[in-house]
Design a protein around this ligand. Structure first.
Ligand SMILES: NC(=O)c1ccc[n+]([C@@H]2O[C@H](COP(=O)([O-])OP(=O)(O)OC[C@H]3O[C@@H](n4cnc5c(N)ncnc54)[C@H](O)[C@@H]3O)[C@@H](O)[C@H]2O)c1
Length: 352
């Protein structure tokens, strides 16, 4: 029996979900929901499926097993709660939501959701970069302590987002709809990897500013953060949407007896062991190179666990860690909107 998928929000990233679903033998897109009639027309044309203008109507007419949430950040909660109330599994794009109280409601709803036939619906969050071969190898190397304890990490996200990226979809540049800019929308993947691989974050220090696109957006486009992990080690993150092009995300991890450097491939060097090079998967045509190539892997894994009764490993509670770190950075920066980079305070209440 093929699982029935509905995509809610037929914008930029939905094509990646549709493509991943096409490659799964046991899943079909049976409908699309979008509030924009032009996007509904595009879905009908491109996927040859019926469309709906509200998630309620989509669930009633298309009876999905899984609802994919690919709407703007502030529209995640309503769609997720409606789908959960109908007993559907939910796969939502990151971040869980645009603000923390909304994210907390999603976590609570996911934990208490009742499915059909006594099956609890699962909620997965698309932090697909955890499936990157380099990320998996870095996590395994740190956890195994093969080269001793980790000493710290340095990561860079140097990407290019022109004014049109924001003017064509104004929700992306507004605090009330996106909940932030570079950090919540782009660098959150790297924030998530840092906390996943290096351990829980208890303190955030640094600078957040709108250095390049101040005439276009009210949210930030540049950040330099130092994350203090529970173990006392630090990760440094330098991130910007003001680079001239989209460069590969890099991550360096220093260990007592070795080092790891990831970019387009991962190099692991360590005392007494031959150098190891792990090539990263190439993205498909549709996936933008800088989004990574692992959406398909995450989606396959999520569908593979349908009906297992077990929560998906990247559930809302797990995805909340990265959102808390991002919000701690904003809160410490003294709130938005502001144009100038400024120092953050320490001791943030969001990190618990
Ligand atoms: N994981 C990744 O690498 C990755 C990459 C890009 C985007 N994203 C995430 O995907 C989500 C969507 O981003 P995007 O850039 O594709 O946005 P987009 O603006 O291109 O598309 C969003 C679509 O949702 C529709 N929409 C808005 N409210 C709706 C509602 N209530 N019901 C139904 N449809 C609604 C809009 O009309 C639009 O067509 C965001 O959460 C974003 O952070 C993730």
């Amino acid at each position: 029996m093929s699982l029935r998928a509905v995509i809610v929000g037929y914008g930029s990233v939905s094509a990646v979900h549709a493509e991943a679903l096409r490659s799964l033998p046991d899943a079909d897109v049976v409908g699309v929901c979008d509030v924009d009639p032009e996007r509904r027309d595009a879905a009908q044309r491109e996927l040859a499926v019926p469309t709906a203008s509200t998630v309620e109507d989509a669930i009633r007419r298309f009876a999905p097993d899984v609802v994919h949430v690919t709407t703007p950040h502030h529209e995640h909660e309503g769609v997720i709660l409606t789908a959960l109330a109908a007993g559907c599994d939910v796969l939502t794009e990151k971040p869980i939501s645009s603000d923390l109280s909304s994210a907390d409601r999603i976590v609570a709803a996911a934990e208490s959701a009742q499915g059909r036939n006594g099956r609890s619906p699962r909620v997965g969050v698309c932090f697909q970069n955890r499936y990157n071969l380099s990320a998996q190898a870095m996590k395994e190397t740190v956890d195994s302590r093969r080269f001793g304890a980790p000493l710290g990490a340095v990561a860079t996200v140097a990407w290019h987002r022109p004014p049109e990226y924001y003017t064509s979809k104004p929700w992306r540049g507004a605090w009330s709809t996106s909940g932030g800019g570079l950090l919540i929308n782009q660098a959150i993947h790297t924030v998530d990897l840092l906390q996943w691989i290096m351990g829980p974050v208890v303190e955030v220090r640094g600078r957040v500013g709108t250095d390049a696109l101040g005439d276009v957006i009210e949210v930030e486009d540049t950040a330099a953060l130092t994350l203090v992990h529970e173990s006392g080690i630090r990760s440094v993150l330098m991130a910007t949407n003001a680079a001239p092009t989209n460069l590969p995300v890099t991550m360096d991890i220093a260990m007592e007896h070795g080092n790891m450097r990831s970019g387009t491939e991962l190099l692991i060097t360590g005392d007494g062991a031959p150098d190891q090079v792990i090539k990263e998967r190439l993205p498909s045509d549709r996936a933008k190179v800088y989004w990574g190539a692992s959406h398909g892997e995450l989606i396959k894994d999520f569908y593979g666990g349908f009906g297992s009764g077990k929560p998906f490993w990247i559930d809302p509670g797990e995805a909340l860690h990265a959102l808390r770190i991002v919000k701690a950075a904003y809160d410490g920066a003294g709130g938005f909107p502001h144009r100038a980079a400024r120092d953050l305070d320490l001791g943030n209440p969001y990190l618990r």
